[in-house]
Design a protein around this ligand. Structure first.
Ligand code: DCP
Ligand code: MG
Length: 409
């Protein structure tokens, strides 16, 4: 008989990190990645189909043994069903194995692992005949994008997973400095760590303050303090671009490639290697002091357009990455939310990405509501609806409340 989950929407189902079908979901996610890299930003539909199927399998309470157990589920397309059947019957899927051994796929995955490099740039690099990260690192005329420059120079650091302990230690530093500037500030780890992951590709932090408006101006001051303590390597600050209109307007049109309209800093920090293995008293951290050390913290966090030279040392990102150092480069996002948008922002920045995507489609199709990280607009009532807790966001959306660790679809 069918053991399929009765709930149609991923945002209605519980999806934990640990589940019963990792072999199948890993295979489907290879196909998803392949579709993403092949289709680029122009067409998500193929990638989405594999993600949906993988997501259903993650929410099953048993290990799947027979394809018929999935009968009638709309989220399992023909292509995914075929792959699942192959693996159940043969133990593997030819299509997946071929992709994993495909030199194009291997190179695309490698190049798009560089911060700031998407499928379009990765494709260009392959067309130039490049095979390894070193080929891009050794090229003189690469790009003026600060992310790619730093991403290439620190590729080893940035592709080694950020550990939960590092994120926890950094949280304390950020809380300490932010609280000095703005007592009562709320600082949360969001992203994968909030969903219970033990490692991630970056660390995401969401900041707010219950006294709406007091958060204005916090970010530049916080960055200055982190800079003084030697934590900043490179990054870019973005201003808040929210207007009430974005609650109503078409999501894709208003986004222009941006994730949301919050003020934020997207960058790379220098975390002491000691952050990896133990709880570290944040006030005891002594990073190299500006001026006394060639690898000081005096780097511009506003990137220059030309190949960046770093602060006092005058080293390029590449030279800096080759020096003897007690720190590791880590991708960090700092996001500032006005309190009135905070709980929507918290749900959005907690993810997963697929959870968010499903939540948006569900809200639109089932409730005629538009949900974003900034709020919720009810088109039937023609008004926006505030939320005062994460639970309230789920209530308004008529969804059972699920903890962050149950949103791992
Ligand atoms: N997010 C989103 N859509 C995107 C990117 C991000 O909705 N295109 C949201 C959901 C993510 C959160 O922001 O969970 C953080 O983004 P990350 O890319 O850092 O994703 P994770 O933190 O989930 O993964 P990782 O552990 O690899 O950092
Ligand atoms: Mg993350």
């Amino acid at each position: 008989g069918s053991i399929a989950a009765p709930n149609t929407w991923a945002c209605q189902r519980i999806t934990c990190l640990q589940h019963h079908n990792p072999k199948l979901t890993t295979a489907l996610e290879v196909l998803e990645k392949h579709a993403q890299l092949r289709d680029g930003n122009s067409d998500y539909s193929r990638a989405l189909a594999f993600r949906k199927a993988s997501c259903v399998l993650k929410s099953l309470p048993h290990t799947l043994t027979d394809i018929h157990q999935l009968r009638g589920l709309k989220d399992i397309g023909n292509h995914s069903a075929q792959v699942i059947e192959d693996i159940l019957e043969e133990g593997f899927s030819n299509e997946v194995e071929e992709i994993l051994n495909d030199p194009w796929f291997i190179k695309m995955k490698l190049f798009s692992s560089v911060f700031g490099v998407g499928s379009a740039i990765a494709l260009k690099w392959i067309e130039r005949g490049w095979e390894k990260i070193e080929d891009a690192q050794n090229s003189n005329d690469i790009t003026s994008d600060w992310r790619v420059q730093w991403g290439l120079a620190f590729h080893d650091d940035l592709t080694s997973p950020v550990l939960r302990q590092e994120a926890d230690n950094l949280l304390e530093v950020i809380r300490e400095e932010a609280t000095k500037l703005l007592p009562g500030v709320i600082v949360e780890i969001v992203g994968g760590f909030r969903r219970g992951k033990m490692s991630g590709h970056d660390a995401d932090f969401l900041l707010t303050h219950p006294d709406e408006g007091s958060e204005i101006g916090l970010l530049p001051q916080l960055l200055q303090r982190l800079q003084k303590r030697g934590f900043l390597l490179a990054g870019q600050a973005e201003k808040n671009s929210f207007t009430p209109g974005v609650l109503k307007k078409d999501f894709k049109l208003s986004m222009k490639g941006q994730l949301d309209h919050f003020e934020k800093w997207i960058g790379i920090m220098k975390l002491p290697k000691s952050f990896k293995d133990k709880h570290t008293d944040p006030s005891s951290i002594i990073m190299p002091t500006p001026g006394s050390d060639p690898i000081d913290g005096s780097l511009d966090y506003q990137p220059s357009r030309k190949k960046a030279k770093c602060g006092i040392s005058g080293l390029s990102p590449w030279e800096l990455s080759r020096t003897e150092r007690a720190w590791c480069a880590r991708r960090v996002d700092l996001i500032i939310s006005p309190f009135s948008q905070y709980y929507y922002g918290l749900v959005g920045w907690t993810g997963s990405k697929h959870f968010n995507r499903d939540l948006r489609t569900y809200s639109q199709k089932v409730l005629n509501m538009k949900v974003t990280s900034h709020g919720l607009f009810d088109f039937t009532k023609n008004q926006s609806i505030p939320a005062h807790s994460e639970k309230e966001v789920f209530d308004i959306l008529k969804l059972p409340y699920h903890e962050p660790w149950q949103r791992n679809c």
